[in-house]
Design a protein around this ligand. Sequence first.
Ligand code: DGT
Length: 193
Amino acid sequence: MSFILASGSASRRAILENAGLDFEIDPADVDEDALKTGYSGDIGALAVRLGEEKALAVSRRREGLVLGADQVLEFEGRLFDKARSAEEAEARLRELRGRTHWLKGGVAAAVGGEIVWRHESACRMVMRDFSDAFLADYVARAGDMLTSSVGGYAYEGLGAQLFSEVEGDYFAVLGLPLLPVLGMLRDHGAAPA
Ligand SMILES: Nc1nc2c(ncn2[C@H]2C[C@H](O)[C@@H](COP(=O)(O)OP(=O)(O)OP(=O)(O)O)O2)c(=O)[nH]1
């Protein structure tokens, strides 16, 4: 039983590998900025739409079940994508500290160029009001996570120190709501029932 993960995300790959699943990786080439720039609708729905676009882009050229996903950060109604530099990530963390933001996730499965399943997740991230000294130390130690993860943190790692409370699916924070995905994979014969 196998399926295709239409993602270049190391986190999504690790989540599925650690769960013992058999899959190929074939990242989707989707112009996310085209959909995100100037978007003013529901941010969770956008993440689902992006997950669908990624799944469809690969499903149109590959046989079998294709899984696509996306995750965006929502803060006071504003949409944030991955920071483009460590400096931008630091400025954002300074803005988010002491306040609550959401990680909105969308995941979709496609077969033969058609969407067969979709799921939306929302995780409430309560960031503590850490000091400037803490932030400087965090930025010095966080490395690539500052720009490779949508919030500038790895919640399973150093990023845990940023938060006082998190509500939602742990795996969804990391980029892929594993249990709903497993249910779908079993329904489609792509994971052991
Ligand atoms: N390891 C880790 N990664 C995280 C965490 N929070 C978010 N991420 C990652 C998961 C995704 O790789 C990334 C969200 O960006 P996207 O949804 O646009 O995916 P990405 O561009 O990485 O890959 P893709 O578009 O699927 O090829 O942030 C976390 O707490 N830990």
